[in-house]
Write a protein that binds this ligand. Structure first.
Ligand SMILES: [Zn+2]
Length: 224
């Protein structure tokens, strides 16, 4: 499960939110720190706007991109059509996440574009219940879009740009430690690279083991 931090939420939070006071994090019912609902709704709306944008684009020129896959050392270049993939992911993830009642509201309101009056009449809801449901749907899907593994729909630059951020906390700690050491040496007027061995942050697997250079044997003298 994803560990939310304030860096994830601060830019998305509502400034005047009464739950988180603009920080994007709040204390949950069981005492843990959770992302605020204003952040989850913001994530949903960003993904939804991109979904609408992708569906309304001109389709007469199909656009394929060549991206490097994110399969670690076995990654390879693959052709992809990101807009179509995003449309399919948005639709299928939403359908899989929501229960039947919420899916009907989602389908009428967000996919077919019906306003609240039409949705209330069709689904036999009152106005209050309808907007409560819409808020609940936005929060549920916002969290799912961000926490989805292995490829989250949000942030969009990662989805469309194939630039996954490193979320391994051990590696971040190692990088932070290396930075601290470098600053400490700099304050003492020393060169960190000379004074301390480089900190290994990731085990690098070489493409192939280094080969020993073989001395060429001198040509044998022809027998006289
Ligand atoms: Zn909030």
């Amino acid at each position: 499960m994803k560990r939310w931090t304030r860096s994830d939420t601060l830019a998305l939070a509502l400034v005047d939110c009464t739950s988180c006071r603009g920080s994007g994090m709040r204390v949950g019912r069981r005492g843990g720190i959770q992302p605020c609902n204003c952040v989850l709704r913001a994530i949903f709306r960003i993904c939804y706007n991109r979904f609408r944008n992708c569906t309304q684009k001109e389709k007469h020129i199909p656009r394929a991109t060549l991206d490097l896959g994110t399969g670690g050392k076995n990654s390879r270049y693959i052709w992809s059509r990101k807009d179509e993939e995003f449309i399919a992911d948005f639709y299928l993830v939403s359908k899989r996440t929501l229960n039947d009642a919420d899916w009907q509201i989602f389908r009428f309101h967000f996919l077919l574009g019906a306003d609240w009056k039409l949705c209330c009449r069709r689904l036999d809801l009152d106005r209050g219940n309808f907007f409560h449901s819409v808020y609940r749907i936005e929060q549920t899907l916002g969290r799912t879009f961000r926490e989805l593994k292995p490829y989250a729909l949000f942030p969009l630059d990662e989805y469309f740009g194939c630039t996954p951020r490193n979320e391994d906390p051990d590696e971040w700690r190692a990088i932070a430690k290396a930075g601290d050491e470098e600053r400490r040496f700099a304050s003492e007027g020393l060169n960190a690279e000379v004074e301390s061995p480089p900190l290994k942050t990731r085990k690098v697997i070489p493409i192939r083991p280094p080969l020993r250079r073989m001395e060429q044997a001198p040509p044998e003298e022809e027998a006289a």
